[in-house]
Design a protein around this ligand. Sequence first.
Ligand SMILES: Cc1cc2nc3c(=O)[nH]c(=O)nc-3n(C[C@H](O)[C@H](O)[C@H](O)COP(=O)(O)OP(=O)(O)OC[C@H]3O[C@@H](n4cnc5c(N)ncnc54)[C@H](O)[C@@H]3O)c2cc1C
Length: 313
Amino acid sequence: MGTILLVAEQAAGHLKKATLQALGAAQKIGGTIEAVLIGAGAGTSAQELATYVSKVHVVEGAGFEHALAETHSAAAAAAAKACNATEVVIAATAYGKDIAPRIAAKLGAGVASDVLAVVSPSQFKRAMWAGNAIAIVEITTAVKVVSVRATEFAVAQKAASLGTVQPFAVQAPVAKTRFVEFNEVKSTRPELTEASAVVSGGRGTKGDFKPIEQLADVLNAAVGASRAVVDAGWQPNDMQVGQTGKVVAPKLYIAAGISGAIQHLAGMKGAKTIVAINKDADAPIFQVADYGLVADLFKALPELSEEIKKVKG
Ligand SMILES: Cc1cc2nc3c(=O)[nH]c(=O)nc-3n(C[C@H](O)[C@H](O)[C@H](O)COP(=O)(O)OP(=O)(O)OC[C@H]3O[C@@H](n4cnc5c(N)ncnc54)[C@H](O)[C@@H]3O)c2cc1C
């Protein structure tokens, strides 16, 4: 079995949970796992990553500071060649989706994207038609690139011994794109894809997210939204859950005023417990809900928040 290269993701020195879940997928493939970390702050998170893998290659410096697909994919492909990787694994986050196909092109590798399960080192399960069908795909090239739907995999096991951290020298290619600015939506709430609880609102909120936010704060939950909400401009699009938004798998997902369209379910049906609050008893969301409440969200959510506050003391 060859070496697996994990392309890790970090922001300002903080290792993304999705990377540790992608590593969980890499462990299922089996073999020696090395990792590459690219960008400003890579050195800081490398030590933590070394508790999981045998070797961490760190790419920092001019041309690599920002997550530009052109430069980061070049560094990842160079690292894959240097360690003779037979598999390159990456989380299918916005970053992973951006660079995985480019890495594959540079390596002449076949790619399986947004993988849900590892069947064998060359066969993977992936969703089709918004999760209505699951395909098993086989990559037949010598080098394989796999992007992983992180929420489908448990966080990796730590390695028995600490791995090494070493700088990886690579020349940044002359890029046709340049970094202009990074507009981050600042929030004191947990990140949507990493939160253990998510409270999401739909068109039923009519754009008033106060009851959603109050409940989220009582539960220390992230706030999500349906596409109808985002399309109406009521909430920013990085809060969208679903097929064309983020995929979440928290312990608790509360959907309020969301009908349960198939494209929304594609992003949240992996949640451990789903609670639906909708005033239409026939709303499809109730078909996937563990607990359903036929009620007006503007009455039910404040009551729920108050009761939880009492229980919490
Ligand atoms: C290619 C494609 C990709 C898509 N991707 C996504 C995606 O990623 N994410 C996504 O969410 N959608 C996505 N959609 C859109 C999806 O099909 C639905 O249109 C959308 O999810 C509907 O959002 P909603 O449930 O908020 O609104 P609606 O379907 O309008 O439902 C609103 C619900 O609120 C209930 N309601 C109203 N008032 C109240 C109240 N006071 N209290 C309680 N309940 C109330 C109603 O009974 C209703 O069930 C996609 C569509 C396409 C075609």
